[in-house]
Design a protein around this ligand. Structure first.
Ligand code: NDP
Ligand code: OXD
Length: 319
């Protein structure tokens, strides 16, 4: 297995501008050929780099060896029911991890320091300073998903003094973090959290998990009032009508959502105008072509030297 100028890479992306990816590929791997459409080179394509590929577009590529997801999440690949049986590798990158941890810390601190309330007071020119500000050590931040992103965010929140707990499929141990795992561990995780940060992948098991039945297991009152929810995982994890109902019933005090069932979030969604909802446009940790392309090329070259692929997706678990 050696690199060959005849090998072609397919860049199969929708919803993203391919130009900037092409530019970075030309810089990082000038001898390799990159195509946006498989039709002209079906039997030459050895690798596919994908983000929300068009369904079926990875089939009938007889020499395809590896699919590289250009995102950390891979639900966008499994959305397509016609995927060839080759390894799928996902992005694990310090750049992406740092971006997500920045986002999580930003949103946790914003809710912890009553940012929503103070912005509302400012628009009304209200000076009201007598609210109690809990200390970080009085607040438990619970992270759903202790993977690459969840672990890093957990450590950064610990460094800020928060109590941190986490939930994963299998037991994960992180110093200073209270771990829970599996279906049986979820109840104990939920009963203590003041701010829930969701960094789960969207899989058949996690779909719709952020729902009324979860919110009903959370404690009613804590240092911030009712619990806060931050979802930067995937929109398919959340039941949006349940989130609105939980806010209106006071079961959740505020919500930050970066991801939505339908993206872009439709203009008619009541989430847009809800005073206790913060919305960001799937921007928590954007894939940066400048940072990620050299890493994908490095992984591809090490594979061609005969080294094992890293960050392979478990196709049964779908993450
Ligand atoms: P990882 O695969 O490293 O971690 C996933 C975590 O979720 C693991 O701890 C895993 O448990 C846990 N998990 C999976 N299924 C279950 C389940 N059924 N029950 C309990 N826990 C479960 O993923 P990353 O941390 O790299 O990324 C997480 C997600 O973040 C991505 O899948 C993507 O959807 C989202 N993302 C969003 C971005 C944005 O801009 N909004 C940017 C990048 C990613 P275990 O440890 O036992 O395997
Ligand atoms: C990702 C994303 O999965 O950007 O990396 O959502």
């Amino acid at each position: 297995m050696t690199g060959n100028a005849d090998d072609t890479i397919l860049l199969a992306v929708t919803g993203w501008d391919p130009d900037v990816w092409q530019t970075e590929f030309a810089k990082a791997a000038p001898v390799r050929k990159l195509v946006l459409d498989a039709d002209t080179a079906k039997d030459k394509i050895r690798y596919a780099l994908v983000w929300k590929q068009r369904p079926g577009s990875l089939m009938d590529l007889p020499n395809l060896e590896v699919i590289f997801s250009l995102g950390a999440g891979v639900d966008h690949i499994f959305h397509d029911h016609q995927i060839p049986d080759v390894p799928i590798v996902r992005i694990v990158s310090p750049d992406l991890t740092m971006r997500m941890s920045e986002y999580v810390v930003w949103q946790v601190l914003d809710h912890h320091r009553l940012g929503l309330r103070y912005r509302q007071q400012q628009t009304q020119k209200v000076w009201h300073e007598d609210r109690r500000q809990p200390a970080a050590h009085e607040v438990t931040v619970g992270i759903l998903g202790l993977g690459v992103l969840g672990r890093d965010a957990a450590q950064k929140l610990r460094n800020l003094g928060f109590r941190v707990s986490g939930w994963s499929r299998r037991l994960q141990t992180i110093e200073g973090v209270t771990s829970h795992f599996g279906k049986d561990g979820l109840k104990d995780f939920l009963k203590d959290v003041d701010i829930v940060v969701c960094l789960l992948p969207l899989t058949p098991e996690t779909k719709g998990i952020l729902s009324m039945s979860m919110f009903a297991q959370m404690k009613a009152e804590g240092p911030l009032g009712a619990p806060v929810l931050i979802n930067a995982g995937r929109g398919g994890l959340q039941n949006e009508p349940d989130i609105l109902a939980a806010l209106d019933r006071g079961m959740l005090s505020a919500v930050t959502l970066d991801v939505f069932k339908t993206e872009p979030l439709p203009k008619g969604s009541p989430l847009w105008a809800h005073p206790q909802v913060v919305i960001t446009p799937h921007a928590a940790a954007s894939s940066s072509p400048q940072a990620l392309v050299p890493e994908v090329i490095a992984q591809l070259e090490s594979y061609e030297r005969g080294e094992p692929l890293k960050n392979i997706v478990d196709k049964t678990a779908q993450y």
